[in-house]
Design a protein around this ligand. Structure first.
Ligand code: OAD
Length: 271
């Protein structure tokens, strides 16, 4: 048997035993949906400088440039579908939720802003893409959501999947309530993470007896430390990533495979 197949079997054994699973995902889980990662060859940060674009000073200096970059990313992501990894995670959440007290508690924590975990939950249930999610199943989005827009004045949020006119500052989105300039509801460098998802992620990771980490370089804090909370409490870590990361040495099982191939096999045992 190939070593990766052994690792899948070991991972399935841990998943079968687990009662509370915190699934942490990064850009790698969406790569097979056609969304570039940040740090791999051809990744977004290799092409564009985050210092220039994803920080509050850049937005203050040139909001049209920052919006143009986000509009480009929004348009590239819009036609992307959840891949077999997102769908397997969603099916696993729904199956366990349907089992009541007998089911495992599954929390999805993501650094991704593409909304594909939420879309997968609706697609698996045959619901419209924009149907509201059961809050117990909704992914904890640590870095925001690219389709959510936030007012820089009053803080009001709204969802908008349409194109953004960045031809001038006046044409950029402005708040319908207070008139101030709006911005992407994304966490930029130097900004705090949103309190609700952060506290939810810390609680879920501390409480979990298994952390399943999929497609993250483990370089960005505090997300990278969440699986360690699980381990500190005696839980295990399973990592799915074709490349080794700083989390690999903390993991009980490392599966060096792409998410779309590994995750459906891993979670099959609990379907
Ligand atoms: P990175 O681009 O840093 O890392 C992506 C990881 O996915 C790498 O470790 C790859 O080896 C792995 N990978 C690539 N293809 C994969 C596949 N098919 N299946 C599984 N894994 C695969 O992305 P993140 O770790 O998500 O923050 O980056 C964390 C944060 O850095 C992002 O959320 C973003 C950025 O700054 C913000 O924008 C706030």
């Amino acid at each position: 048997m190939h070593p990766a197949e052994h690792a899948i079997n070991d991972g399935r054994a841990l998943i079968t035993q687990a009662r509370r699973i915190a699934i942490l995902t990064g850009a790698g889980v969406s790569k097979e949906s056609g969304i570039p990662t940040f740090r791999d060859a051809g990744g977004l940060w290799r092409t564009y400088s985050p210092q220039e674009l994803a920080n509050p000073d850049a937005f203050a200096r040139d909001p049209a440039l920052v919006w143009a970059w986000y509009d480009m990313r929004r348009q590239k992501m819009a036609p992307c579908d959840p891949n077999p990894a997102h769908l397997a995670i969603a099916r696993c959440q729904l199956f366990n939720a349907s089992q009541g007290k007998e089911g495992k508690a599954i929390h999805v924590i993501t650094q991704n802003v593409d909304g594909l975990h939420a879309l997968a939950l609706n697609r698996v249930q045959g619901f419209p893409d924009d149907a509201p999610l059961d809050p117990a199943l909704a992914p904890l989005e640590l870095h925001g959501n690219i389709y959510r827009i936030r007012c820089t004045g009053c803080g009001a949020r709204r969802v908008d999947r349409g194109p953004i006119d960045s031809s001038s500052v006046a044409a950029l989105p402005h708040c319908r309530l207070c008139g101030a300039l709006e911005r992407p509801d994304i966490v930029w460098f130097g900004e705090m993470l949103p309190e609700g998802p952060l506290q939810g992620s810390i609680a879920a990771s501390s409480d979990a007896d298994l952390a399943l980490v999929v497609g993250t370089s483990g370089l960005v804090q505090p997300a990278a430390s969440l699986p360690l909370l699980t381990r500190q409490r005696g839980g295990h870590i399973i990592e799915v990533n074709p490349q080794a990361t700083p989390l690999s040495r903390e993991a009980t099982v490392v599966i060096p495979m792409a998410a779309g191939a590994a995750v459906p096999k891993l979670l099959k045992a609990s379907d």
